[in-house]
Design a protein around this ligand. Sequence first.
Ligand SMILES: Cc1cc2nc3c(=O)[nH]c(=O)nc-3n(C[C@H](O)[C@H](O)[C@H](O)COP(=O)(O)OP(=O)(O)OC[C@H]3O[C@@H](n4cnc5c(N)ncnc54)[C@H](O)[C@@H]3O)c2cc1C
Length: 408
Amino acid sequence: MSTASESYSSTYDFIIAGGGLAGLSLAYYLSQSSLENAKILIIDQSEKKENDKTWCFWEAQPNAFDEIVRQKWNGVWFHGSRNFSQFLPIDEYQYKLIRSADFYQFIYKAISRKNNINILIDSILSIEKDIDNKPQVKTVKGIYKASQIVFDSTFRSPYTDTQYSQMLQHFKGWVIETDEPSFDETKPTMFDFNVEQNDECRFVYVLPYSKTKALVEYTIFSDNLLEDSVYDNELKDYITHQLKIAHYRIEEVEKGVIPMSDEPCIQIPDHGIVRIGTSGGYVKASTGYSFTRTQRILKNLVRDLEQAKGNFDSFEKEKKVWRKDTYIPNWKALLDSILLDVMLKNRHSSKDIFTCLFSKNRPAQILKFLDEDTSLLEDLAIMHTVPIIPFLKSAFVVIFRKIWLFLR
Ligand SMILES: Cc1cc2nc3c(=O)[nH]c(=O)nc-3n(C[C@H](O)[C@H](O)[C@H](O)COP(=O)(O)OP(=O)(O)OC[C@H]3O[C@@H](n4cnc5c(N)ncnc54)[C@H](O)[C@@H]3O)c2cc1C
């Protein structure tokens, strides 16, 4: 790996635009594959030394990054409607936490032995085709060409088409430290819906690092962002009244907005340019989770690249160049759209829907369902446990809308 500016060449096999979760994961999987000798340039505007994100996800298997998993738990607290408040075992799964700073360091170290992978700290201005129809990336410092593919994780879809459900998951969290033991580090809270819902989906999660340190995050699913002071006041209120902690220090602040949209994402906008990560629509529309999906999709993508053996025309054809008007959602995407519509239109309280899901099913089954690993029969059994009328209304609206969008 090289970061010295004089060592950059102008052409690479692959360019990875954006070295965040998706970009660095892709570089890592490529470095472990039969394409390990490909010449790769990763471009990011920052050196990724800060902990800008805390990723939580559940898994039944170990992953490539297990050695940097900071915390893992065998169950989660759920506080919902109808006085349902339980610590739920998650059986075959573990709920895991990775700090992004550890992740960036892990990948940088793993690729540091490779002379064929360069990292450039620079701002990308555009990604386009050159006069020879090859993809290239323009940055403040120069122009870098890819003989094969530019993977782009920097593009941000506007998600403004009102024909689709457009929601945002927005949140603010504090890592707080206390002098007295205040947390049980073996028991995280995945959902605490016992906060004012305001006709939206609002909850807090608490991820304990130790008896005296935890990340407390206030999260909202809605279609508009709030003033910063609202998140702060809600966090203060929760820490004081629910956690009953009077004295604490704020060690870190985490803020974020994740798109929750069923608008189809154009993954291959042009020959030789492939969008990955949030840019490629990897976020699960109805939950905002994407860590596990990103790993799964990128591992498959690298396998497909290996099989393409340099013939990326056929790779792209197989990957289907999505156009919005020809996109037909599969069953899982349809379910996602329905759940999104129920929440967005507030057809039933989200707090109650999540409570039904987690209290009337085996919690591990719901995690499997959210990972889209359940069968059709299992999906139908789960759908039988949520209020049926609001879901039927949304199903009707979503299916009608999809047909209309397809035919127009
Ligand atoms: C604070 C936060 C917490 C999250 N927590 C979870 C979680 O717990 N579980 C989960 O499943 N998902 C979570 N997500 C959602 C998702 O997993 C993350 O957003 C994830 O980082 C997405 O990966 P990505 O590669 O698409 O984007 P990023 O990781 O954001 O990477 C994009 C990279 O592109 C770079 N970049 C952008 N524009 C330019 C430019 N013009 N020039 C150069 N570089 C550029 C950025 O610096 C960045 O490094 C979280 C998201 C946020 C924001």
